[in-house]
Write a protein that binds this ligand. Sequence first.
Ligand SMILES: Nc1ncnc2c1ncn2[C@@H]1O[C@H](COP(=O)(O)OP(=O)(O)OP(=O)(O)O)[C@@H](O)[C@H]1O
Ligand SMILES: [Mg+2]
Length: 219
Amino acid sequence: MGIIAKNINKSFGTPPVHVLSDISLDIKDGEFISLTGRSGAGKSTLLYVLSSLDDPTSGSVEIADRDITQMSSDELYRFRNQKMGFVFQFHYLIAELTAIQNILLPAMKFNEEVIRRPRAEMLLEQFGLKEKINRYPRQLSGGEQQRLAIARSLVMEPKYLFADEPTGSLDTTNAESVMNILQDCSRKQGMTVIMVTHDPDFSKLADRQIRLADGRIVP
Ligand SMILES: Nc1ncnc2c1ncn2[C@@H]1O[C@H](COP(=O)(O)OP(=O)(O)OP(=O)(O)O)[C@@H](O)[C@H]1O
Ligand SMILES: [Mg+2]
């Protein structure tokens, strides 16, 4: 179980530029991992490969005993939507949808918007967005949009959360509150979290800190 990455290499272009070199990881279910390293170290690339959004050039990634690099696109689509949550470095909210519609988007794919609605409302409240439920993204501040994107990643109660600097554009109070919610989900629901962060204080809160330098894990 958990996430097992074996000898991941990733390069881009011709001639190939190596971005990830021989990365192996064994992440237990429910573990909270922080991923740190300088800009360009390969953090986002590793997160994409671990979460099936990008293929490694070589190596394998197993999640819950399934090799995601070998899954058909149909299987992957279901697996991703039901088991994984994503918070991107640049959040993608849909401009034409309101806050509540945006947060319920992952549920709509499975016709679950009705049963997920109470959870969506609870998350909006936890993230301090209760009053903004019917606003469009352009009517929200940058930090509110970021919190909405995080809330959306949690609406399906994912077993695995991949978060790329989820607290990047938040003030200290809101960043701490987001960290608390993520830790809570990890401890109470056994959610596995892999979180990229530049904040040393948040990194220390993780069960395990992994540092990347030039595409390699720093021992
Ligand atoms: N699609 C791509 N094509 C070519 N090069 C890429 C591509 N994606 C990333 N890279 C390169 O790979 C390296 C690692 O990028 P990555 O986005 O993983 O860094 P990062 O650690 O997330 O940095 P940051 O902290 O700035 O977000 C960088 O040198 C980047 O330019
Ligand atoms: Mg990045």
